[in-house]
Design a protein around this ligand. Sequence first.
Ligand code: BTN
Length: 240
Amino acid sequence: MLDSTNSYLIRNKSVYLKHGTIPVIVSELQTKGRGTSNRNWFSNLGGCLTFSILWQYKHKIQHLPSLGLVVGVSLIRVFRNLALTSVHLKWPNDLLYKNKKFGGILIECNTNEQISTAVIIGIGVNFKLSSNLASLVDYAVTDLYEITGYMLDRNQILALFLIELRHVLNTFENYGFHVFRNEWQSYHIYQGQNIVLRLPNRLNVEGIVDGVQDDGSLTLITSSGRKNFNVGEISLRAKS
Ligand code: BTN
């Protein structure tokens, strides 16, 4: 049991960096799991896969958000290889099934590092949520049990994630995000759709999703032209 696998790696980063390996920390239960936008990430014993890896990126990272998109691609590839063809991504880093969230990614790093960047990549996937836990979050959630009708083997999925992650991180390091861009867009549930983007200052922007840029930003065609956004939360625009 840990507070949070991301927090654990942040505290112990220097120990692991000395070894030159890619550590993976998996927790059966997190007591203070963290999500994006300072949210909590809730999980129940045996019901979730929660893990983090510490990855030493060879360069100073330019576009951290695009790394999150690449991690999303690796997770979707694993699910689609298992014939779960209806799983999608929602910009920037949500795993969705029929508009319900079943997983997320939290990337943290110290962007002041000059030569290389130690990045902590935290991943949480719901396998079988308890009913009281599902009621704690303010968005629609689901889990792999509901999606597939059976309990997938968490160890097996973890192994598949790690193999795919290693592969995509190497490609990202050598070639950047643009080689993943079309694939990411093909997985995006809102590609080409009319959406509302809620900005941190609570302003809403309406537009049609026109993909993502190499820096990971979301492009919208709005009434005042094509615009890129680095932050915000998407929801579907209600039909009028
Ligand atoms: C999100 O809000 O969508 C991101 C969720 C990320 C959760 C994972 S679980 C493993 C790792 N440790 C944490 O505390 N958070 C991430």
